[in-house]
Design a binder for this molecule. Structure first.
Ligand code: AMP
Length: 218
């Protein structure tokens, strides 16, 4: 089963993807993670992507689509994939359809997380990430035991460049303009599962995933 996760940055896609990977035993492909891995290893791709990522802009489609095509060559994607952070443009969605079609596959369902932007801005302001191992923390929901230090490896916790408030606002504006049309794209194909999440509706990401899995199990 191929599942696309939709929703603004900070809406809970990453958390949902990890849960679904465990529960459904299918691959989790996060283009953001692949870019960050390349950045850490200082690859050519990482250097190209950094320019856009630091500014909160989308990496150009050509670079992103080629990278995803490479990832889909791995055997672990054959039984299905949770696409987290891809597609983010209509062009990427069409490319994904083509890539899957060539393998006789398709996107089966798109899970859309709707969280009010004000809530996302608050969440991002409280998010810290370990510089060494990349584990994310929330100063509100799961603060580290020792201030500024990772519980797992003792690394320093930082605020990611793209989680600084001015960059977050820009990412949300880009989401609205370039990625929100994907809701209609999958809606028209009857592949959309819409979920409202966040404090305002009193539903966290895990509850949304529970309901989604119940829906999948019919
Ligand atoms: P994420 O962790 O998914 O929010 O991704 C972090 C950053 O990586 C984004 O702000 C973009 O700069 C870049 N990125 C990740 N996925 C994509 C994508 N599908 N298209 C373009 N840029 C992407």
């Amino acid at each position: 089963m191929n599942i696309v996760l939709l929703g603004a940055p900070g809406s809970g896609k990453g958390t949902a993807a990890k849960r679904l990977r465990e529960d459904l035993k299918i691959a989790h492909v996060s283009t953001g993670d692949i870019f960050r891995e390349n950045l850490k290893n200082e690859t050519e791709l990482g250097k190209q992507a950094k320019v856009y990522m630091d500014k909160g802009e989308l990496v150009p489609d050509e670079i992103t689509v080629n990278m995803l095509a490479e990832r889909l060559k791995s055997d672990d994607t054959k039984n299905g994939v949770i696409f987290d952070g891809f597609p983010r443009t209509i062009n990427q969605a069409e490319s994904l359809d083509k890539m899957l079609e060539e393998k006789g596959l398709k996107v089966d369902i798109a899970l859309d997380f709707e969280v009010p932007f004000e809530e996302i801005i608050g969440r991002m302001a409280n998010r810290r990430t370990c510089k060494e191992c990349g584990i994310p923390y929330s100063l509100t929901f799961n603060p580290p035991k020792a201030e500024g230090k990772c519980d797992e490896c003792g690394g320093t916790l930082i605020q990611r460049e793209d989680e600084k408030p001015e960059v977050v606002e820009k990412r949300l504006a880009i989401y609205k303009e370039q990625s929100e049309p994907l809701i209609e794209y999958y809606g028209k194909q009857d592949k959309l599962y819409k979920a409202q999440a966040g404090d305002a509706v009193g539903k966290n990401t895990h509850q949304v995933v529970d309901e989604f899995e119940e829906f999948l199990n019919g």
